[in-house]
Ligand binder design. Structure first.
Ligand code: COA
Length: 174
């Protein structure tokens, strides 16, 4: 069986990733807002890392790590989330990395898990602790739980016109 390989994202991956993001918006409602279905939303200037999953030479998914404070949205809700993650993990806000922009095309089993594992390893190499937030209505919530993540509360985020009590998650707590 061909393996899923995770590697750094290249500029040339963006058209394929945008197609995946369009499909995800249409079928999973992620992202919620159609106006952010854009390559520059996936690959933000403030990101720490951008990774893609490849299978049989084809790009099948994406994940990024963002700083916990002063990320792409720079919203007060983001800071609140950062402080809650910090309180739950005992890790300083500046030592957190937010696993973000996770999306797969759904054609290759294990791609999401491979991306999450690679994001975790990438954070660890920089001595950062991975955290994430998820739309309360997203089916990805169950995916993260399956991978061992735990919900530690919520923080209200402003996503365009919407205010959403995003679910905050951390990994590997006893
Ligand atoms: C969530 C998502 C990234 C999962 O990716 P994927 O490639 O389908 O996941 P994998 O095949 O690696 O699945 C890993 C495990 O999680 C399970 N799983 C996958 N999706 C799941 C879901 N929605 N609910 C519960 N479990 C799920 C799989 O069965 C598998 O379990 P196993 O290995 O123990 O058999 C993908 O469905 C997606 O892109 N969704 C839309 C975008 C999105 O919501 N992103 C998250 C934003 S916060």
């Amino acid at each position: 069986m061909t393996e899923v390989v995770v590697r750094p994202r290249l500029e040339s991956d963006l058209p394929a990733l945008l197609s995946i993001l369009r499909r995800s918006h249409a079928t999973h409602g992620y992202p919620r807002r159609s106006e952010v279905v854009r390559a520059d939303w996936l690959a933000t200037p403030t990101e720490l890392v951008g990774l893609v999953a490849e299978h049989a030479g084809r790009v099948v998914g994406h994940v990024a790590l963002h700083p916990a404070a002063h990320g792409p949205d720079d919203d007060p809700g983001e800071l609140q989330a950062a402080h809650r993650w910090s309180a739950a993990t005992g890790v300083r806000v500046e030592d957190l990395a937010v696993v973000s922009r996770l999306v797969t095309d759904g054609t290759v089993r294990g791609a999401g898990r491979a991306l999450m594992d690679a994001a975790g390893r990438s954070a660890a190499r920089s001595a950062l602790s991975p955290v994430l937030l998820v739309d309360p209505a997203a089916d990805a919530r169950a995916f993260y739980r399956r991978l061992g993540w735990q919900e530690i509360g919520t923080a209200r985020q402003r996503w365009g016109e919407n205010e959403v009590d995003a679910v905050l998650m951390v990994v590997g707590r006893p």
